[in-house]
Write a protein that binds this ligand. Sequence first.
Ligand code: CA
Length: 373
Amino acid sequence: MRRRTFLTALGVGAAATAITGLISSCEKKESEVGGPAVIIRGKTEFEWRMVTTWPPHFPVFGEAAERIAANVERMSAGRIKIKVYGGGELVPPLGTFDAVRQGTVECGHSAAYYWAGTSPATQFFAAVPFGMNAQQSTAWLMAGGGQELWDELYAQFNLKPFPAGNTGVQMAGWFRKEIKSMDDLKGLKMRIPGLGGKVLAKVGGTVVLLAASEVFPALERGVIDAAEWVGPYHDMRLGLHQAAKNYYYPGWHEPGTVLELIIAKEKWEALPDELQAIFEAAAAEAHVWTLSELEAKNAGALKDLVQNHGVKVRPLPDDVLRALKRASEETVAEVARQDPFSGKVYDSFSKFKKENDLWQDISERAYQRALTL
Ligand code: CA
């Protein structure tokens, strides 16, 4: 009674009466503790489709897309319903960006580096070799001006982007032969896409572009000498441990790849404020969930690979990493010179990283070092 009086005093009672007219059903039942519980189900106001770059129900990445759809529906009490499509089900996997920006569908889940051909600056919003790790890139995006630049860039393509997943540091990949010096990278045929591939080419390697299903047979038959994919969990599912035994770390080329949720800009702007807030929350949840899921699953898969499959986990030699770092810095600086917006994003990314590295050196990295003493 006291609560009802309080609400009436605020005029909430009148507002609630108005809202009742908008909702399709309102069930009342007695809860176990005896008080009245109200379940409100909204009328479905938005029926959306989400296309993704991932195979249907692809572990973690595809699950993240399905999780966003489910959480948006739950949080909006059914006002928004989103049907998720795997890559190729509605549009080709790499057709995600165009399908959303052209308004064929309302939203998509992917990774920004796939759109480098459309705009080189997109790569800074996914993965940069020797760039920032998950913690740093999340800080840049959410608290360091990165999101504002991403919004500005994607507005040119009629899109609103959100970070909606992070892989954490990936693995350097599977190699048929051991890597002991830079000479071993000369002429090495490797499946490694994106900026990492450009870096490998710069140091004398040969980049081979292969879709997921082609990686295992090519590596097994020796058509390629090496392949990177994601990390222990995904790599094991692809069977790469049966094609090569030398598993190298760290994933210098993808130190914390960001996944994206993209929404057609006018569809986004037409959403009421409370539904926009629900999307923001669902994307942020997927971001943390993906990183956490992979952190947990990679550890288990790594143990299995080493204990049960004879995999040799090896660090890339220091001089190889040093040379790859130099080549990466040159490659990324070249991207920055490709167009004015890439330069602008590069400046923000580099400035944030440089300052943040000083803090990381005495926080995360100092702690990691302390653990090894
Ligand atoms: Ca990868």
